[in-house]
Design a binder for this molecule. Structure first.
Ligand code: NAP
Length: 460
């Protein structure tokens, strides 16, 4: 076509960057990538999701910086698809568009009391302690004694650990200052984690549960009677990850209550059926005990037994998975909560026909599963489809492929886009602000603060 293939990637988390990496490796035709993010800052959940006491995991951004250093890569931060630029406008300016928008919302429990004061999604709690601009208005009452975390995935492990950890350990990290102060003053003593199925079905990774078990400030308390590996669970127990979890918990159960000031009580085979309140505030969680049974799909499921228990709780964090948010003009499957696709090719409806030139990667493609690295192979798969389609001419070439067309459109609309060089200036500022206080980084938690800071002179 006598010019590079122009590709827009919407979203700058791991899946977006791995897609960019695979695209930029192509040489016939060469690819020019423009990456968009609604925030002025890149890296998605690596910045806004990974817990502040897991700084090592965040070092993966060095890989993304290298990708961004390609002369064929541009970043347009502070530009929201569907608001500042429409899906159709992207299609007319790019030959191919990749949605890497993750899952920005959370799943609901669908039980009475879910919206009482003091009941929050774990997503909001994570965003709050990670200084994500969307969650800075949130308030969490940590003056209560007992918290209940629903779900036993790795996000549940993160939020339980942050609640239980000695706040002193968080001081040198990049945690939001307001969150650090609130955790310092926290009076939460008991954190109860609720797994609806058994220990052989727990979603947490062995490393995450073992990290909880090695906290100095809290005992991980498990009732041996709930560590059921019955006939239905035999197959799950053969999975090395599950076996590791069960064997570890069996050992932990022997330690009993322990003597540490805080307790993390890990429960199994219990489902919340109602969040109980008093004066509009959360007071307790009513749970039903479950038994395990093998479903028709071969998956172990939980069934209520009609036996109930009430757990005191002044704070409830619902950590039962994420869910996508639709983008105007882009198909969305309400049932699954992600963009309908076949191996990354966007379909007009679940099981429908491919939409030429539109693709999806990461959680928006497959749902909220897997670790950061899982996204690499997943993005490579989508890019393979893109290359096949480009070679076969299965796309609608951009009608306005000029590289200045998008900056001009944004300028006309008064959208101040943030380039990767701008972001690097913010990065330097955040690191310097952190260093001054002995912290890894002091994040800007507000978009207007970020834009104002970009008006300042960067330190030499
Ligand atoms: P997840 O791993 O899917 O866990 C969700 C949990 O919620 C499961 O225990 C699930 O139980 C439970 N659940 C779902 N619906 C429920 C309901 N109605 N009632 C009670 N429980 C319910 O999701 P996640 O923790 O949000 O994590 C998302 C992804 O990010 C995962 O792949 C995770 O590994 C990854 N992540 C990794 C790290 C890390 O490596 N440090 C940190 C954070 C997140 P069932 O199993 O019974 O459905």
């Amino acid at each position: 076509m006598g010019r590079p293939l122009r590709v827009a990637i919407v979203g700058s988390g791991p899946s977006g960057f791995y897609a960019a990496e695979a695209l930029l490796k192509q040489s016939s035709p060469p690819v020019a990538v423009d990456m968009f993010d609604r925030l002025p800052t890149p890296y998605g959940l690596v910045r806004g999701g990974v817990a502040p006491d897991h700084q090592k995991i965040k070092s993966v951004v060095a890989v993304y910086e290298k990708i961004a250093s390609s002369p064929s890569f541009r970043f347009f931060g502070n530009v929201q698809a569907g608001k500042d630029i429409q899906a159709e406008e992207l299609k007319s300016r790019y030959d191919q568009v990749v949605y890497a928008v993750g899952n920005e919302s959370d799943r609901r429990l669908g039980i009475p009391g879910e919206d009482l004061k003091g009941s929050h999604s774990a997503t909001a709690f994570v965003g709050w302690y990670n200084a994500h601009p969307d969650f800075q208005g949130e308030r969490f009452d940590l003056s209560v004694e007992s918290a209940v975390v629903v779900g036993v995935g790795n996000v549940a492990m993160d939020v339980a650990r942050l609640l239980a950890e000695d706040a002193g350990h968080l001081e040198p990290t990049d945690i939001a200052e307001e969150a650090l102060e609130a955790l310092r003053q926290s009076r939460v003593r008991t954190i109860c984690l609720l797994g609806r199925r058994g220990p052989a079905q727990a979603a947490f990774s062995p490393a995450e549960i073992q990290e909880i078990g090695s906290l100095e400030s809290a005992d991980l308390v498990v009732d041996a009677g709930e560590l059921i590996v019955d006939e239905a669970s035999r197959k799950d127990y053969q999975d090395p990850k599950n076996k590791k979890n069960v064997d570890y918990l069996k050992e932990r159960a022997k330690a009993g209550e322990g003597t540490r000031p805080r307790k993390i009580r890990l429960r199994f085979c219990v489902s919340p059926v109602e969040i109980l309140g008093e004066g509009g505030r959360v007071k307790a969680v009513k749970v039903e005990k479950n038994r395990l049974a093998l479903g028709k799909d071969g998956r172990v499921k939980s069934e209520g037994t009609g036996v109930f228990e009430t757990l005191p709780a002044g704070l409830v964090l619902r950590s039962v998975g994420y869910r996508g948010v639709p983008i105007p003009g882009v198909p969305f499957d309400e049932r699954s909560g992600h963009i309908p696709n076949a191996a990354g090719r966007v379909l007009d409806a679940p099981g429908g026909r491919p939409r030429p030139g539109e693709y999806v990667v990461g959680w928006a493609k497959r749902g909220p599963t897997g670790l950061i690295g899982t996204n690499r192979a997943d993005s490579i798969e989508t890019v393979r489809m893109m290359a096949e389609d480009a070679a076969a001419g299965r796309f609608c070439p951009a009608s306005a492929p000029d590289s200045e067309s998008v900056p001009a459109l944004l300028k006309k609309r008064g959208v101040r886009h943030v380039s990767f060089q701008d972001w690097k200036r913010l990065d330097v500022l955040e690191l310097a602000r952190g260093k001054a206080r002995g912290k890894a980084r002091r994040k800007f938690a507000d978009v207007s603060q970020m834009l104002a800071a970009l008006g300042e002179k960067a330190p030499a």
